[in-house]
Design a protein around this ligand. Structure first.
Ligand SMILES: [Zn+2]
Length: 452
């Protein structure tokens, strides 16, 4: 068998020399793409692209990002001129699933009756997001439920930080030390390493008096222990107290660890003299990561604007969307706030794509590199009069708004509410006008492009 294969290669080699390369014949055939986004302004910070280019997709992957790809080379062509085309956004602070769930839910002795914390994962697609990272809604005990009910069924890619609290977030057990088993946490991460990218600590003993069990750093220390055992970053939601200062937290954080909610009211980002706290620069120099995690209670312009003016911008932009959060609305809303403060568009895109990809150690995400999954956002930058709000019920006026217009995940058009990729209904093919009479009837759709 081995000899026969060797012989076959020898024959091909001889024929190649005599007749010319068979691959040359393949190269002469026009390449055929499934989808071509034509005429958009491509911003792909990972590849230093910031100009008008066409983007071609084949079999769910990015196939070409070039100038003037002929329209006849693609099965479907979408005119995206006057729009921006970027890698799909990565929102590393999102909440899906139930969260801390009581055992024996329907019995009187259930230990809590918390409402669900998470929102539908696929809502993220409405603002150009193709990857969300659940920020510790589930812990070791509740992760499998979240995975089977939400993560495995979502169209958007869902990754997760695992809560150091085994029961997860919001179920009433976030102050229970017996819930913070760093070995169980690390074992769960190891088992689901394809999904879990880090550890989360949050909401630990924010105002109750300390006692023998509840010492100031218990939750943070155990999260770091789990992160070290599993070799993943820790994401911190934190509340400083006199015995547990902000500066001490920043010193405890390891390089690559992520401080989310950086512009929340409880952090002394801006000191009394109006200068930015030097502890931030010291932490950043050691490799500590700063993330927005806007949420219902973690973004104040009074911190964000002076910090921005002094050159401090968080490494990643994220929403912290959950069921208590409908004023934040979306990733494009949070990104628009940074445009309003004066950040250039390409920088805002960088902090929503390649940066968060690096933070969660998934460098294959957040780019339009050829061969990677075709996760693409098509965006419009609208000029006009807009206002953006913070969590202190104050607002900022602005003249731009970034809006997600179309979202593509692995080559599938999952969000296109204005029909950029669709034909006028009157020009649709005949089967669109038919009512399906039998199970095997052709679908009454204007095209066959995958959209779900
Ligand atoms: Zn959160």
């Amino acid at each position: 068998m081995h000899k026969r294969i060797t012989l076959s290669f020898a024959v091909i080699a001889v024929l190649t020399i005599v007749l010319g390369s068979p691959f040359a014949i393949v190269a002469q055939t026009p390449p055929h793409y499934d989808l071509l986004l034509k005429g958009g302004h491509v911003i792909d910070p990972a590849n230093h692209i910031d100009e008008v280019r066409d983007v071609a997709v084949l079999q769910g992957k990015i196939a070409a990002v070039e100038k003037n790809i002929p329209a006849d080379q693609a099965g479907k062509v979408v005119d995206v001129s006057k729009l921006y085309v970027t890698p799909g956004f990565i929102d590393i602070h999102y909440h899906v699933g139930h969260g801390g769930a009581p055992l024996n839910w329907f019995t009187p002795e259930a230990r809590a009756h918390a409402l669900p914390l998470g929102i539908p994962a696929d809502m993220a697609l409405q603002s150009g997001v193709t990857t969300i990272v659940d920020a510790g809604t589930a812990g070791a005990e509740t992760f499998l439920e979240e995975k089977e009910e939400v993560i495995d069924r979502a169209k958007v890619r869902v990754l997760a930080f695992l809560n150091i609290v085994a029961n997860g977030m919001g179920g009433g057990l976030e102050g229970s030390l017996d819930q913070m088993d760093s070995r169980l946490c690390a074992a769960t991460i190891t088992r689901y390493r394809d999904i879990i990218v880090g550890v989360k600590t949050a909401h630990y003993w924010t105002k109750e008096p300390w006692d023998a069990e509840h010492v100031p750093w218990a939750a943070v220390d155990r999260a770091i222990e789990c992160g070290t055992l599993a070799n993943v970053p820790v994401m911190y939601d934190f509340w400083p107290r006199p015995d547990r200062t902000y500066e001490d937290l920043l010193k405890k954080m390891r390089p690559g660890d992520i401080h989310t909610h950086v512009f929340a009211q409880q952090f002394p980002i801006i000191l009394a003299d109006g200068k930015i706290n030097p502890a931030l620069a010291e932490a950043r120099a050691r490799g500590v990561i700063f993330d927005v995690g806007h949420g219902a209670g973690s973004f104040w312009f009074r911190s964000a604007v002076p910090a921005f003016k002094q050159g401090f911008i968080p490494d990643s932009i994220s929403t912290d969307l959950h069921t208590g959060d409908y004023n934040v609305l979306s990733m494009d809303n949070v990104m628009s706030k940074f445009l309003a403060m004066g950040a250039p568009l390409d920088d805002v895109i960088r902090r929503s794509t390649v940066n968060p990809a690096a933070e969660i150690h998934r460098p294959e995400l957040g780019t339009l590199s050829v061969g990677k999954d075709a996760d693409i956002a098509v965006l419009e930058l609208i000029k006009g009069h807009f206002s953006y709000i913070d969590c202190g019920v104050a607002k900022m006026d602005a003249n731009e708004r970034l809006v997600g217009r179309m979202t593509i995940r692995a080559g599938r058009i999952l969000y296109d509410p204005a029909g950029l990729s669709m034909v006028d209904w009157e020009k649709a093919r005949p089967q669109y006008f038919s009512s399906p009479e039998r199970g095997d009837s052709l679908p009454a759709r204007a095209d066959d492009y995958p959209r779900d």
